[in-house]
Design a protein around this ligand. Structure first.
Ligand SMILES: [Zn+2]
Ligand SMILES: [Zn+2]
Length: 181
């Protein structure tokens, strides 16, 4: 029985940025299963075998292939903390990703559009393009609006929210509910 990638493995490889053509190149190079990536060993070698494969896709494929399954040590690939994952398909965005870019895998905007508590403009990324305020999580938008009404300066609100305990936030939520009547 000829060994080949399962449908699931193919889908995983595609989710990591491989095209159908690149999947064929894998097979041509003799990589016919997840185990074979262990022989390949690293992203650089993989890119030499599969022309046109992006560095990021190669890295995530190798991380996937070497990551699970093999018990006993091995290197753990730790994502950099500022890695951006597509909210639609969870594909990791390339290093040169900029806020507002479309996801290379599914073509949708990779980041959620957040609403600015300060000027109500919407946009992707960490900061409002209109007024420069740091976005707060959507779930905490109402809290930020309340802090704004209470006269907190723009730059102080995200930090204040981050520093608040869940109990303190609950108190704020209570006041928001009251103010709604
Ligand atoms: Zn996507
Ligand atoms: Zn703004």
């Amino acid at each position: 029985m000829a060994k080949t990638f399962s449908a699931l493995e193919k889908n995983i490889l595609k989710s990591k940025g491989l095209t159908d053509a690149q999947l064929k190149k894998l097979a041509k190079a003799g990589i016919k299963g997840r185990e074979d990536f262990k022989t390949v060993g690293d992203a650089t070698t993989l890119r030499q075998l599969v022309a046109g494969l992006s560095a990021d896709a190669a890295a995530s494929v190798v991380a996937w292939a070497l990551g699970g399954g093999s018990a006993g040590g091995g290197s753990v690939v730790v994502d950099s903390p500022d890695a951006v994952y597509c909210v639609h398909c969870r594909t990791r965005q390339p290093k040169d990703y900029k806020s507002g870019d479309l996801c290379g895998s599914c073509g949708k905007q990779a980041e959620p559009i957040l609403t600015c508590y300060w000027c109500s403009a919407g946009g992707p990324g960490k900061f409002c393009r209109q007024c420069g305020a740091e976005f707060v999580p959507t779930a905490e938008l109402e809290l930020a609006l309340l802090l704004k009404r209470e006269g907190l300066p723009k730059d102080a609100i995200p930090g204040k929210l981050k520093a608040m305990s869940p109990a303190e936030k609950d108190v704020l939520w209570g006041r928001i509910r009251k103010s709604r009547g």
